[in-house]
Design a protein around this ligand. Sequence first.
Ligand SMILES: C[S@@+](CC[C@H](N)C(=O)[O-])C[C@H]1O[C@@H](n2cnc3c(N)ncnc32)[C@H](O)[C@@H]1O
Length: 258
Amino acid sequence: MDGDYTRFIELLYKKTGIDLSKYKEKQMKRRLASLMMKRGCSSFVEYFNFIQNQKEYFNELIDRITINVSEFYRNYKRWEVLETKILPKLSTKKGKLNIWSAACSTGEEPYTIAMCLHEHIPLNQINIVATDIDENALATAKNGVYGESALKEVPNAIKMKNFDEKAGYYYVKDHFKKCITFEKHNLLKDPYKNNVDLIVCRNVLIYFTEDAKSYVYENFSRSLENSGVLFVGSTEQIFNPNQYQLHPIETFFYQKQS
Ligand SMILES: C[S@@+](CC[C@H](N)C(=O)[O-])C[C@H]1O[C@@H](n2cnc3c(N)ncnc32)[C@H](O)[C@@H]1O
C-alpha cells in the first residue's frame, strides 16, 4: 500500500471510525481516486484536507465508500426460500423472534424481512434490529418512503398490500415501521448483538478483505442462538463455514450448530 493512501486511511479512521484497511484495496482505491480527481486533488492526503470541513464533499466521500444500493425483495427467489423453508425452522421458538438486518442500507432489506414474516407470524412476535455504518442511509430507512425503482422485484399483490402509493412514491405501512429499530453499527468495530435467531447480512462482505470477513463470521456465529440462521448475499457463499460452527442448510443460508 502506498504511503499517501495509508495516511488517508489513518486520517479517515480518526474522523469517522471507518477502517478502509479492512476493505479490498484495489477496488476501493479505484473508486476513491476518481472522486479525488473530480475534486481537483492530486493526492489522497490533499483530498482529505480539502474535504474535511466541507460537509457536502465529505458526504460525497462517505457515499462513495458505503455503496448504498438496495432493493425490496432483492433476489426474489431467496426470499421465497426464507419464507417457505427457513422460517418454519425458526418459528418453533417460544417468545419473540430476534432478527438482525446487518448493513441494512436504506431499509429495503429489513422491511422485506418484516413483510415476508408477516405472512406467517404476527408482527408483535418479531423484533428486528436493522443496522448500518451510514447515518444518512439510516435516516432514509426510518422515513420508509421509496421510488418505483426500489420496488422492481416486488409482486403487485405485495405492493398493494404493504405500501401506500402517493404521486409515484411508495410509503411502507406503519405496522412494519413499528417492529424495526434502526441503529448505527460498524461491523468492523462495534460490539455485536446477542441471542439472535436470524441474521440477514447481504452484499456488504464482498467489499471486505478475507481477514475482515472471517472476523465478521466469527462474531455472527457468537451472536446467533444455537440453531439460529445466517442469510448471506447471492455472491457471498462462505468458504469453509464449519470453522465458524455454521452449516449450510440451503444455498446462502447457514445454521449455527455448536
Ligand atoms: C450494497 S449495500 C447492501 C444493502 C442490503 N444489505 C442489500 O443487500 O440490499 C452495503 C451497505 O453496507 C454498509 N456498510 C459498509 N461497511 C460497513 C460496516 N463496516 N459496518 C456496517 N455497515 C457497513 C454500507 O453503508 C451500505 O449501506
